[in-house]
Design a protein around this ligand. Structure first.
Ligand SMILES: [Zn+2]
Ligand SMILES: [Zn+2]
Length: 482
């Protein structure tokens, strides 16, 4: 198993578990976290999908050897249903301590007696136990290959919180270039940002702004994904793109052969983005990916990110982005600007920008629950250009949308601020990360109340939903690259 091993759990689920473990009676209580699993070079993430609370005196009773234990019947029932669903089983209890926690010798002896058999029931694991204190968590994770400690747990909410077995060492003093940052969110905040891996889907107007701002913030690792190149009409919007990147002289030629040559020689947007990010932060790790998240291999490059941004607006990319957020428990945000024009009069009717945070739980801003993934548009996008023309979805070829960098900036700024406030813990405790729509002509902002569909297959807890299933489910990508 890849190390370090960590747990991810969304804030509402964690709140339910926490209320059960720490009701104020200073006693011990038990539960099971049912989890998906995701593995990458960054380690193994256990993704909490559900919490089964053990009833005191019924499922969690005085033990023959230790203080208290889950009953064999409860363990058997829950572990078999985990095995049937291909999910990991994590027995949970609490100790009375506050900032540090570890298993007692009785706890460890009971793992050694019981877990070899449970690992077999659970198809080799991972499975194991977690013990919580008020501000700490420790874990003993078993697989057929061995036994691993839990490194940390991350609670995903408007304020992303990380719990460790014992208090962390003091953060390193931030680089003097970040002095003004550290005055806002401390050396620890700067260290947290430098440890983040952020996925950026689409590096046009909005994406290129975020790319530069994230690099300036000191984000340590960016994965930029875009299949497109810089063209002449991108130059007023794509941050850092030069006339040279667009092969501007050739691209203006009348000869279509020279224009084709210009296109062949022009730069990919992700390579421009990498150049900009490295200029802003020479220490950044940058993966410039020329590709499309509709291909599963490309989408999976984002599965171990800490934050995702969708800044490229097709229905298909919304579908895959939303699935990544829910399946791998990654907070994200979708940004976009839209200008609607009356076809007959050619007058601009509406100018709106949107910033839509997505947290991986019901009512967390799921794009599907908000009906922002439209089935007919999905179908239309899946057709080839010829098919589209044949079905008369469009009369002419590509209709270029109006676009201007100031609109991109409105939605991007809120998204960049959301990332900063979430990870440095600056958000107010009661903040709600609702979708916001800005009407530029009216200079008015509207928030959209959270919505959830009962049986959502992305964010819900329907038996077939993808939420927190990690590597054990498929992403809704296209069957094979064209
Ligand atoms: Zn214990
Ligand atoms: Zn949903």
């Amino acid at each position: 198993m890849k190390t370090p091993v960590s747990l991810r759990i969304d804030a509402p689920l964690f709140a339910r578990l926490f209320a059960h473990l720490f009701p104020g009676d200073l006693d011990e209580h038990g539960a099971v976290i049912v989890a998906g699993v995701a593995t990458s070079d960054r380690g193994t993430r256990l993704l909490a999908r559900d919490v089964i609370l053990a009833r005191d005196g019924v499922d969690y009773v005085p033990g023959a050897r230790g203080y208290r234990a889950l009953t064999p019947r409860f363990v058997a029932e829950v572990s078999h249903s985990c095995a049937a669903e291909n999910l990991a089983y994590l027995a949970v209890h609490n100790h009375r301590s506050t900032d540090s926690v570890s298993f007692s010798p009785d706890d460890l002896a009971s793992h050694e007696r019981g877990y070899p058999a449970l690992v077999d029931i659970l198809k080799g694991g991972p499975m194991g136990a977690l013990v919580f204190a008020v501000n700490a968590v420790a874990g003993d994770i078993w697989t057929r290959d061995g036994r691993f400690p839990l490194d940390h747990a991350t609670v995903i909410g408007p304020r992303v919180r990380t719990l460790f077995p014992s208090p962390r060492r003091r953060p390193r003093a931030a680089d003097p270039v970040y002095d003004r940052h550290a005055r806002l969110f401390g050396d620890l905040g700067q260290e947290i940002l430098s440890a983040l891996k952020v996925g950026l889907i689409g590096l046009g107007g909005g994406g290129s702004l975020l790319n530069e701002w994230f690099a300036h913030l000191g984000v340590g690792h960016i994965v930029g994904i875009d299949f497109d190149k810089v063209s002449l009409s991108n130059l007023p919007r794509v941050v850092g793109a030069t006339r040279w990147d667009a092969m501007s002289v050739l691209a203006r030629c009348k000869s279509s052969w020279l224009r084709k040559l210009a296109w062949r020689l022009s730069s990919y947007k992700v390579n421009v983005a990498r150049r900009v990010a490295r200029a802003a932060n020479p220490n950044i790790r940058y993966d410039a990916v020329i590709g499309n998240i509709l291909d599963e291999k490309t989408a999976l490059l984002l599965a171990d990110c800490d934050f995702l941004v969708l800044a490229g607006d097709t229905m298909q990319s919304r579908l895959v982005f939303n699935a990544l957020c829910q399946q791998y428990l990654i907070p994200g945000v979708q940004i976009g600007a839209k200008v609607t024009v009356d076809k007959a009069t050619r007058q601009v009717t509406n100018v709106t920008t949107a910033t839509r945070p997505v947290l991986p739980h019901p009512c967390g801003g799921c794009l599907d629950c908000h009906e922002l993934i439209l089935p007919d548009r999905l179908q239309e996008e899946a057709l080839t250009n010829d098919e589209r023309r044949a079905q008369r979805y469009v009369d002419d070829d590509e209709v270029a949308e109006p676009s201007v960098i100031t609109l991109n900036a409105l939605s991007a700024a809120q998204a960049a601020n959301d990332l900063m406030m979430m990870f440095t813990g600056l958000f107010d405790e009661t903040v709600a990360l609702e979708h916001t729509i800005h009407f530029a002509r009216q200079r008015a902002t509207m928030t959209v109340g959270s919505r959830t569909k009962d049986q959502c297959l992305d964010c819900g807890s329907h038996p077939k939903s993808r939420r927190a299933r990690g590597d054990r489910a498929r992403l809704p990508c296209r069957a094979s690259p064209r």
